[in-house]
Design a protein around this ligand. Structure first.
Ligand code: SF4
Ligand code: SF4
Length: 200
């Protein structure tokens, strides 16, 4: 009825309201991260529903790590805030966007994000991926948990941040003004209230 794969029943995922860690890991190994989010087995009643697959894959000129974001996340604001990491451009022929920080040397972008929630991080080393992921997690938490306090607005010398008083009451970036310096990252209430991602 819920369009879940056969394995969901075979492995007994339906038996749990909240999955124990070994079942979350099993779901990750079976490539069922999206089903976990869709059924609320890891995010019920909580904000911050995003997760990354543990470990790294190989790509043409480095390493990659995959994850999935809550497809219900406010995408327009998320894309706006991705500018903190680097210039954001559309991926031709898709509904995705990619981010290439200043001086990025790999063929593929540092971050690719698609409208179905799929997200890919790339780097030439594990440390580079961890660095990008740290910033990406800040962007995700601010997208989901911003309370519009304005602390970060004062950190931007380019006047690129503003609180969207008319609609969400949350922070937005004026993309034409942002120089992707990352100075607005730093203590932020949203980062305290939105929980860390699951890694499976
Ligand atoms: S510091 Fe955090 S909570 Fe405050 S406006 Fe900026 S992103 Fe929103
Ligand atoms: S401090 Fe301002 S210019 Fe720098 S990344 Fe943040 S919004 Fe962009």
């Amino acid at each position: 009825m819920r369009d879940l794969p056969e394995e969901w029943i075979e492995k007994g995922f339906h038996r749990f309201k909240k999955l124990p860690p070994h079942m979350v890991r099993l779901a990750g190994e079976m490539g069922m991260e999206r089903e976990l989010l869709d059924t609320g087995r890891i995010s019920k009643g909580r904000k911050g529903s995003f997760m990354f697959v543990d470990g790294y894959g190989s790509c043409a000129d480095g390493l990659s790590q995959e994850g999935v974001l809550n497809p219900g996340m406010e995408r327009k604001r998320f894309i706006s805030l991705l500018n903190i990491i680097g210039p954001v451009t559309n991926i031709e022929g898709t509904e995705g966007v990619e981010v290439r920080p200043e001086g990025w040397s790999m063929k593929r972008a540092a971050v690719e994000s698609y409208s179905d929630g799929t997200i890919v991080i790339r780097g030439s080393s594990e440390d580079e991926i961890k660095n990008v992921r740290r910033k990406l997690e800040s962007v995700i938490k601010r997208t989901e948990g911003c309370i519009g306090c304005g602390i970060c607005v004062g950190r931007c010398s380019s006047d690129a941040l503003h609180i969207d008083e008319d609609e969400s009451g949350k922070v937005m970036i004026s993309e034409e003004k942002c120089i992707h310096c990352g100075m607005c990252l730093g203590p932020c209430p949203a980062e305290s209230f939105v929980r860390d991602p699951y890694t499976v």
